[in-house]
Design a protein around this ligand. Sequence first.
Ligand code: ADP
Ligand code: MG
Length: 705
Amino acid sequence: MRPEILNPLFAPIGKLQGIGPKLEKLITVLLKGSGQTTMANVVDLLWHLPSGLIDRRFQPKISEVIAGELATLKVTIGEHVPPLGNQRRLPYRVHCFDDTGTIDLIFFHSHTDYLQKQIPVGSVRYISGKIEVFRDIAQMPHPDHMVSQEEFDKLPLVEPVYPMTGGLARKTLQRSVSLALERVPQMPEWQDKAWKKKQKYQSFNEALVDAHAPTDHQNLEPNDPARLRLAYDELLANQLALGLVRAHMRRAAGRTISGTGELRARLLELLPFSLTRSQVQSVEEILKDMTTPERMMRLLQGDVGSGKTIVALLAMLAAVESGAQAAIMAPTEILCRQHFEMMEGLCRQLDVSVVILTGRDTGKARTALLEKIKSGAAQIIIGTHAIFQAGVEFRDLALAVIDEQHRFGVHQRLALQEKAGGGHALDLLVMTATPIPRTLTLTIYGDMDVSKLLEKPAGRLPVDTRVLPISRLNDVTGRLEHSLQQGAQVYWVCPLVEDSELLDLTSAEQRYESLKGLFGDRVGLIHGRMKGQEKEAVMERFRTSQLSILVATTVIEVGVDVPNATIMIIEHAERFGLAQLHQLRGRVGRGGSKSSCLLLYQSPLSETATKRLKIMRETEDGFLIAEEDLKLRGTGELLGTRQSGFAHFHIADLDAHSELLAAARDDATMIIAKDARLESARGQALRVLLYLFERNEAIKLLHAG
Ligand code: ADP
Ligand code: MG
């Protein structure tokens, strides 16, 4: 249960005074992105920190004003000069003066009555706004404020400026944040006393107030003391949650899976290649985990094409050898089908039964499949997330493998556990192709051990990467003709499915039509809006070489393996991120023959795009590319973690706060060693922290086993 003191923060923002349904929606989109079904909560406003400030403290005499700067002046209002003939498109001027000089206030489309009432001739007013100098005359167009002494005394001289969205007024947002801040209860101190003192941290409440009240630009930086404290709070919540999950997972008794080794030995004989050193080592690490009674929580990291699938299959066979079942889950049906074909082909020769279960199976076929899984007749189960849904029962599931998932959150990992047979915990292997920098690994997979595939299988030839302007398209198709005659297969990637008026991108459909005009029926099209079955049929025709060119949107990005494909053409390469380009290029260069990758771009190239394409030309090393990507983009955007909604930080900035992350990790480890159930006084306060940053799944575990 959420601590009661937090309730005011977990009400929808519509509960704040003055926020009606329309504004509620607008602010929600600002805070959480579009496509939200639930409205933002008050707490979300707290994490919306200022990105700038308006400083009205500069209060010069008129003679001292600086063109282009904000100034706040005390002036006497002089003559009003309406535009000639009262033409409202001409400026309305008001002369003002002090004892050092004069300045004109300038208004367009003004209402004379209003101005005469607001700044009557002879009155003394404080005016604040941006100074311009025109023909040696100082002027202030449309002042932000024109107030009496009395009102001026109440005016804040420094105001925070928040990141905004269209249609929302600056003051409205400012006021909403202030109302949210008023609702913040006095929080207990969850930080370690000694650490707090050493870091000279304020209390959470003080830090939050200060972070929203910058007094100079330094306060907007990630290393501002108030922001540091809040970032540390957030990182600690993240690391503590992961630590609790880890502790919980480890507590759950695992089982000993050792197996005879027989199936594995036979599999290795069937393979036309021998394993790389990293593959051998990873398999060893995995089997060691499986053999110990502690449950396995392991991440297998390996660049595209490094051969993760075979490692997974070996682990799964170990489970089968010991009489249990193993499952592998992939994000798309195409990938499942591909795994199925590869694994089934090999397993048939080992007399191991492999089934595939996707959301599409219905009716009798589905019932029969479920029966096989329940009875244990199916030994290896391949599927989309459908395999972990209700209604799917395993006889004895010992190992779950999750492929290509950076979209997998802690809570899904927890849900998996429920599927284990016989009351013991499931061994878990997560495989990811995206080379993840260490800081990110910590925040996403901090609860897991890591195995790495460092080298590519032997015999891979480097991919010849070239960068060309799209204006050379005719040369490209001309040369393609030649390659196709020699039996080459080509991926042709376009960024969007349909023409969008906003983004001037060549759509896959258009390209498909034009290539078909050139190459006829050997051209296929695959995109994200097609049905699973349609996609598969196209993929199948490509795999079996009935199609020579596969025009695709990025649906092929993740994991597809067609070793015979040797040419990758990416249109509008400048629109793709580095990680994505790398993933795409990884689709070729898998077989024994020489592969090439053509990056077609539309001029003019931005500076970042130029750098990206250059890096692509220079290296194929995924880790290097990931690091460069990090430099170009910053961690937040990498992996699309923002969109995927997990390991998402409001305040912490992994680029600026990576040292804090390490400290938070140590701190979390200590807390769990000393007070794993969070029962001490600090433990109670930490519970509040976990709820505050919505890492509360971890808290449920305190009560469970
Ligand atoms: P990824 O790590 O991207 O998932 P895959 O498991 O799909 O890579 O493997 C890519 C290709 O490399 C497959 O065609 C696979 O059969 C092949 N492969 C895997 N291991 C080796 C190896 N040790 N030697 C040669 N080829 C291998
Ligand atoms: Mg793969």
